[in-house]
Design a protein around this ligand. Structure first.
Ligand code: ATP
Ligand code: MG
Length: 450
């Protein structure tokens, strides 16, 4: 490897130098080394060092530090607004709960620290003068696009079940395959995923969902993932018996996910949008499958999963709206755009996310679904036009308010809201223009005023 392959940001370089000048050994390590060797831009630069937390704190006392990880050997220093984590070389103690080491033990040498890391491609360290330290042939695995546990995979997954999901997350993000013994152990140990805390599961699952090979990972490892999301097991192989669907529910779902932008909200929505299909399925006398009301059934599954995965209230609420209305078929008219917008509680961002989901859904159905994609493009275009011309998209955009109605003599109370809704409905139907005068005239007519 040429030493130029890894270009440290100036701040990371300075941190290594300061640690070295104080007599400690220090390297950049893990994800940043892996990503640099892959020619990807690393998200963050982690440092491992022989310095103990107290020594790091003393060395960087003039900088802003974050000390929440100190017990595990991590001191983060903020340079130019960016945190750099520096962690003392350490061994992890035994793992009684399949997730957290019972204790960590600081050590002096890098080799022991690399041995505790999850995969060979994540167990490399680099220093600009000393070069690459790669005791587990991570570089060769990068070259062959393979995820392989460091050491005995069964033991490594038993120690920390989250690694099972991390393996799938990296497989999806990097489009890598699992080494055969790693894969065998992963299947064998899948049940222990149930020990992992919801927040950690959802971080890794989200990374997996947003990866470029999510479709293959979902299809190949549905049984493993169904330990956390049991619906996947039911969706797998569920034939829809419909000419609109060439795939079973799981494959359709995987295909929809793949055909949406790699953003968490739409990808979670895609994962659950049809989870309720098996519950509502029946075949008519011609043998054709129907799944009436499946979006509502899907919401039930979404809620169960949200509990397990500790979704925020806002996340769950947005997902419910997306799943609830994903099967609407708006026509490319201003009226239908307004209706969909109001169903989505007048949330502009969600409207675009819904268009992404509907397009993905269409592309995941049958090869002749391009007509639907075109319609959704038109719907979104009309929405954009209406936004940019300041059209009246919601009740709040009306150029009259409750105050105007009070002035007309309407008594305070629920009637005000009802009249405004009626006025907005008339605007939405394009019966009247969203201007003050016609609106006031319309209200007057409603309350029988001359
Ligand atoms: P990303 O670029 O997505 O952040 P990463 O490899 O940096 O990927 P992190 O979660 O930031 O992932 O972890 C940093 C490093 O710590 C990993 O590269 C790996 O060496 C080690 N590591 C993280 N989690 C585990 C784990 N559960 N078991 C063993 N080693 C781990
Ligand atoms: Mg990282």
């Amino acid at each position: 490897m040429s030493r130029d392959t890894i270009r440290l940001p100036h701040d990371a370089y300075r941190l290594l130098q300061t640690l070295r000048a104080a007599g400690h050994s220090a390297y950049v390590v893990g994800g940043c080394v892996r990503d640099s060797l892959l020619g990807r831009l690393p998200g963050d630069w982690d440092i491992c060092t022989s310095a103990r937390p107290d020594e790091m704190k003393a060395l960087f006392c003039s900088q802003r530090l974050i000390l929440t990880g100190e017990k595990h050997g991590t001191v983060a220093v903020i340079l130019h607004g960016k945190p750099y984590e520096m962690t003392t070389y350490r061994l992890d103690g035994s793992y009684r709960d399949h997730r957290h080491p019972d204790n960590v033990q600081f050590v002096d040498d890098l080799a022991a620290d690399l041995a505790r890391r999850d995969f060979t491609i994540n167990a490399m360290a680099y220093h600009p003068v000393r070069g690459l330290v790669d005791p587990y042939e991570g570089q060769a695995d990068l070259h062959h696009r393979i995820i392989r546990c460091v050491g005995n995979p069964t033991q490594r997954f038993q120690e920390d079940a989250l690694r099972i999901l991390r393996a799938l997350r990296f497989a999806s993000q990097l489009s890598f395959s699992l080494a055969i013994d790693t894969e065998n152990a992963l299947f064998e140990q899948a049940a222990s995923l149930s020990y992992v805390a919801g927040e950690r599961l959802s971080v890794e699952l989200e990374g997996m969902l947003c990866g470029q090979s999510v479709r293959a990972v979902l299809l190949n490892y549905a049984e493993v993932l169904s330990v956390i999301i049991p619906q996947l097991h039911t969706m797998k192989g569920f034939d829809q018996h419909s000419r609109w669907h060439i795939y079973d529910v799981l494959e359709h779902t995987a295909c929809v996910i793949e055909n949406t932008p790699p953003e968490p909200l739409v990808r979670w929505a895609a994962l659950f949008h049809d989870a309720g299909k098996p519950d509502t399925f029946f075949r008519d006398k011609n043998g054709i499958g129907h799944m009436p009301g499946h979006p509502l059934a899907s919401i039930d599954h979404l809620r169960k999963a949200a509990k397990r995965l500790h979704f925020s209230r806002k996340r769950l609420h947005d997902l419910e709206l997306l799943v609830r209305y994903h099967d609407d078929h708006p026509a490319p008219t201003r009226q239908d755009v307004r209706i969909l917008f109001s169903k989505l509680e007048e949330n502009r961002e969600l409207f675009h996310t819904m268009c992404d989901l509907m397009r993905g859904d269409a592309l995941g159905q049958a090869p002749f679904s391009h007509k639907r994609v075109k319609t959704i493009d038109e719907v979104e275009h009309i929405f954009d036009e209406m936004c940019s011309e300041g059209a009246c998209l919601s009740l709040h955009d009306l150029p009259i308010t409750g105050k105007d109605l009070l002035e007309l003599g309407v008594p305070e109370g629920p009637q005000i809201g009802l009249l405004l809704s009626e006025a907005f409905a008339a605007v939405a139907r394009e019966e009247i223009k969203p201007q003050r005068e016609p609106l006031i005239a319309y209200i007057k007519k409603l309350i029988h005023m001359p």
